[in-house]
Ligand binder design. Structure first.
Ligand SMILES: Nc1ncnc2c1ncn2[C@@H]1O[C@H](COP(=O)(O)OP(=O)(O)OP(=O)(O)O)[C@@H](O)[C@H]1O
Ligand SMILES: [Mg+2]
Length: 448
């Protein structure tokens, strides 16, 4: 049963309200002075307070302050007179949920109480979910005991409490985003936003406006002013994913913001400051890009104040059994299945597969095996083995074209449909890739 405390000096109003709310099924307590109200609040900790602003002893605003000091989340509804609007506005600023003008209208009172409880329930749900989300990014959820991963954990531990820029390098699917989140959620700014921006999935102009925001009229579609991710991230973290794909023009803007923290919105003239920490990631070899003149060396040094390199899964095969157990647990929970048994011969195959798409590919393979499983065992035939992974081409002699088709599809899957990345990996031009996608009717999946 929900409880309500009425703090009101007018006996008639107090009694009427008490009986009205009592009939609705609330547990009601009353107080006729401010001090008495604060005391009653401390004793009974009610779910909601109806507070009159004009009380005989202390000011209603003072009562509000004292209650909020005791419990920041207390729901307080103000009862006020028309000529008291200034104080009412003050009360709302101090955290009152809503105000009701006297004489109170019974329906309005009921609706406001309902709304207050609904909003509170939602707030509680949101804060529960936010806390749950944070738990997902504790270091415990990054699996690995290999020497390579132990080095990674050490680095996460030493940078989490700082605000330095971090550059995370590693092949696709090695856990770069996971590590970036672990750094953010284990640091002092864990309650601030963690904002991701994928630098390869969008055009240069759009990326600039996404990063820095734009003013109204900056370009044809700029109908109103917007904030960029550097502003939205506040004191939190901006995760610049696939930073190797940033154009030279934007690289110089990123250099400026990482040196001076200054930036301007697209089309704007005002110089703004960012407080966000930058964590950048790439699966490209930035040094190679620098040698080719495609990436600014000065920006590279700015970003890699601390550098974390994630080892590919095939170089830390000893981590695979633990990863399999962890991922199976996660997949079974998500899919509400119970496929947890992995026979030794299947584990042996899982450890031997080269996993070019790393942990993501392993996760996808296990998800598929769980979906296809009839009982509670991961079966060998449900693992997506490519011809070279079977270590035998004997039964699988296929035309070259088919291998090409499959391989392009595989690469597209590994880079989540990014044609730019796929054409770089395959070392073919974008038009050639487009032609092949069309010719083979390949699936791009969800680009990210
Ligand atoms: N060490 C690990 N322990 C547990 N899960 C992991 C680990 N590494 C990666 N994963 C999981 O693998 C998937 C891919 O990880 P993530 O997205 O962080 O990789 P990435 O390096 O950012 O890949 P990409 O370059 O393709 O963006 C995620 O579901 C992540 O939770
Ligand atoms: Mg990623």
């Amino acid at each position: 049963m929900k409880s309500i405390l009425i703090i009101e000096d007018d006996p008639l109003v107090r009694k009427t309200l008490a009986s009205q709310l009592g009939k609705k099924g609330f547990e009601v307590a009353t107080a006729d002075t401010g001090e008495g109200g604060v005391r009653a609040f401390a004793e009974s900790c009610p779910d909601l307070v109806l507070l009159d602003l004009r009380l005989p002893d202390i000011d209603g605003l003072e009562v509000l302050r004292k209650i909020k000091e005791r419990n920041r989340r207390a729901i307080i509804l103000i009862m006020t007179a028309f000529d008291d609007m200034k104080t009412t506005v003050e009360a709302i600023k101090l955290g009152a949920f809503e105000y009701l003008v006297k004489p109170l209208n019974a329906t309005e009172l009921d609706l406001t109480i309902d709304k207050a409880f609904q909003v509170r329930a939602l707030e509680e749900k949101v804060s529960y979910l936010v806390e749950e989300k944070k738990k997902e990014y504790t270091i415990d959820n990054i699996i690995g005991h290999s020497a390579g991963m132990r080095g990674v954990f050490k680095l996460i531990g030493s940078v989490a409490n700082t605000r330095t820029n971090v550059l995370i390098q590693g092949e696709s699917g090695t856990g770069k985003e996971l590590v970036a989140k672990a750094i953010h959620y284990n640091g002092p700014c864990r309650d601030e936003p963690f904002i991701v921006i994928n630098c390869c999935a969008i055009s240069d102009t759009l990326l600039e406006s996404e990063l820095f925001g734009h003013v109204k009229g900056a370009f044809t579609d700029a109908v109103s002013e917007t904030k960029g991710k550097f502003e939205i991230a506040g004191k939190g973290t901006l995760f610049l994913d696939e930073v190797g794909d940033v154009s030279p023009n934007l690289q110089s803007k990123l250099l400026r913001i990482s040196e001076t923290r200054d930036f301007m919105k697209v089309g704007g003239e005002k110089v703004l400051k960012t407080e966000a920490r930058i964590i950048a990631a790439t699966n490209q070899n930035l040094k190679g890009l620098i040698e080719k003149g495609k990436f600014r060396e000065d920006l590279y040094y700015r970003l890699k104040v601390v550098e974390i390199t994630l080892p590919p899964l095939r170089e830390r095969r000893e981590d695979i059994p633990d990863l399999v157990a962890y991922l199976l647990e996660k997949i079974n929970r998500d899919l509400r299945r119970n496929v947890r048994k992995v026979p030794p011969e299947v584990m042996k195959i899982l450890v031997e597969i080269p996993w070019r798409g790393n942990v993501r590919e392993l996760e996808n393979a296990l998800t598929r095996a769980v979906i296809l499983a009839k009982g509670d065992v991961v079966l060998k035939e449900n693992l997506p083995l490519e011809p070279d992974e079977r270590r035998s081409f004997g039964d699988d002699l296929v035309p070259l074209e088919e291998v090409e088709k499959k391989y392009i599809q595989y690469v597209l899957g590994s880079v989540k449909g990014s044609k730019t990345r796929a054409s770089q990996i395959l070392q073919i031009s974008r038009p050639t890739l487009d032609k092949k996608i069309k010719e083979y009717g390949l699936d791009l999946g969800e680009p990210s």
